[in-house]
Design a binder for this molecule. Sequence first.
Ligand SMILES: O=c1ccn([C@@H]2O[C@H](COP(=O)(O)O)[C@@H](O)[C@H]2O)c(=O)[nH]1
Length: 227
Amino acid sequence: MKLCVALDLPSKAENIALIQKLKSEDVWLKVGLRSFIRDGEALLHEIKAINPNFKLFLDLKIHDIPNTMADAAESMVSLGVDMFNVHASSGVKAMRMVMERVNALPNPPIVLAVTALTSFDNASFEAIYHLPIAQKAVDFAKDAYESGLHGVVCSVYESLAIKAQTATSFLTLTPGIRPFGESSNDQERVADLEMAKAQQSDFIVVGRPIYHSADPLGIVKKIIENI
Ligand SMILES: O=c1ccn([C@@H]2O[C@H](COP(=O)(O)O)[C@@H](O)[C@H]2O)c(=O)[nH]1
C-alpha cells in the first residue's frame, strides 16, 4: 500500500513548504483541482525539482465527450505525471478512447476511474444514480476494467468487492482516509489504516489529517510505519 498526500493548501507557497518537509519520504503527491488551476504545470516541475523520486498523481477527474477526454488525457501524459483519473460515468466509449490514445504514447501513466466519490453517503448517491453505492461502484469498476484502465478511485468499503468482480491486480485508490480517527470533515465514507489494509486498498489518499496537523512529517512517518 502506498500513501498519496493531497496537496490542497490555499497557496503554492504552503504546498511547497509541505513538500519540503516530506522531501525524504517515499510518498506519492496528489495535485488536484485547486492547486492545478492556480499553479499549473509549474507546480509539477517544482515538485520534481525538490525530489525527482516523488510520484505525481494529477487528480482532475475529467468527464466530457470521448474525443475531448482523449485530447485532455494526451495533454496530461505530456506533463509527465505518473497517474491521472477520469470519471467512470463518462462511459465505456470515452474510457476506451482515452486508453487507446494513452497507450500509443511512450511511458503511459496509471489511469484510474472515479466510481462513487467518498463524500457521498448512500442516500445522496442514490438520488443521482438510482442504485446503491455498493452496486453502482462495482458496475463502474467493471466498465473501467473492460475499457483497459488500471484501477479505480473508490472508498475503502468498495475495494474488496471491486477486486473480486474484476481482478486482484486491479488497483483501488481510496480517499476518505482518517488514519487515526481524525475528523471526517466533508467525507462520508471514511476509514482508518487498519480498515484500508483489511480491504486491500493499493493507494490511500490523505489530505487534511496531514496538512492540518502541527507535525505533518510526524504523521506521514506514523502512517508509513502502519501500512
Ligand atoms: O472520491 C474522492 C475522490 C477524490 N478525493 C480527493 O482526495 C482528497 C481527500 O482529502 P482529505 O482532506 O483527506 O479529505 C481531496 O483532494 C479530494 O479532492 C476525495 O476525497 N474523494
